[in-house]
Design a protein around this ligand. Structure first.
Ligand code: SAH
Length: 260
């Protein structure tokens, strides 16, 4: 087998986290824990859960309380994704986003390949609003479970169950896939975006007024690429040199102005 191909029996479930953004209903959180345990997943993360009263969650977990006890609770997506390298957002709405939206089975091969060496998160939105634009900007890929066109929104735990089932079934197959190097971590991308924002401000490509909107578009664009850690380091190097040469050229302008 060529060195860049590896063989695997489905995704590495221990490298896959289920992240719930602002879940409102503790009963749903419990049902998510149960669905995860049914399919062999253990890593549950809750970002800003509305309620921290666990009775309903425990009642619905029906034996998956251990996942609730170990669930990581954070106040921001950035914290939840600190050790995550690839984020797949889930949504009932397909046309709202400026991104390709895949079917669950279409992302399996890629998830198998990535989860071998990287940590993957599936992100689920809140029951009321789904994923916000800000949350979508964290996603490298989007996936939608096909339903009736005019009634597409599933219950949160049912959506988790379908994705988890699809991944667990993939473990029955043998895969020979392109080897995926260590991807840029969430932190590395976060630092790249800060660096880029700074440089784009300096060269006046973005302004205080449009920076949020522009940076969201840039983040969406960049996150759709499977950037490795090494590629991000190269981009950071380009930005550093750009800043240096920009400073030099503005110094030249000042010198020229002085001599006039
Ligand atoms: N009222 C929200 C629905 C939220 S349901 C809306 O219209 O967007 C809660 C979450 O379950 C969603 O944010 C999404 O993560 C997941 N979900 C529900 N239906 C889904 C579907 N058909 N495909 C993929 N994810 C779905």
């Amino acid at each position: 087998m060529p060195a860049h191909i590896f063989s695997s029996k489905g995704p590495r479930l221990e490298n896959i986290a289920i992240v719930l953004a602002s879940p409102k209903n503790p009963g749903n959180v419990g049902a998510v824990a149960r669905a995860m345990k049914n399919m062999g997943f253990r890593d549950l993360r809750l970002v800003n859960p509305l309620s921290l009263t666990w009775q309903d969650a425990i009642r619905m977990a029906c034996g998956a309380e251990d996942l609730l006890e170990k669930a990581q609770i954070t106040g921001s997506l950035a914290e939840a994704f600190a050790d995550i390298d690839w984020v797949i957002g889930t949504s009932a709405r397909k046309r709202r986003y400026n991104k390709n939206v895949f079917l669950p089975r279409e992302i399996i091969d890629h998830t198998v390949s990535i989860s071998h060496k990287n940590k993957v998160a599936f992100l689920f939105g809140s029951e009321k609003y789904g994923l916000t634009t800000e949350e979508i900007s964290f996603c490298n890929q989007l996936v939608s479970i096909p339903t009736q066109k005019n009634f597409s929104s599933l219950n949160l735990s049912q959506a988790v169950l379908i994705i988890a089932w699809e991944l667990s079934q993939a473990q029955e197959n043998n895969y020979e896939l392109p080897y995926q190097p260590k991807l840029a971590s969430h932190k590395e991308l976060h630092d790249l975006f800060l660096h880029l924002e700074k440089v784009l401000m300096e060269i006046e490509f973005i302004t205080e007024e449009n920076s949020r909107h522009m940076m969201l578009s840039i983040k969406t664009m960049v996150r759709q690429k499977t950037l490795s850690s090494r590629e991000v380091k190269i981009l950071r190097g380009v930005l550093r040199n750009l800043r240096r040469s920009n400073k030099l050229s503005s110094a030249n302008v000042e010198i020229t102005n002085c001599s006039q």
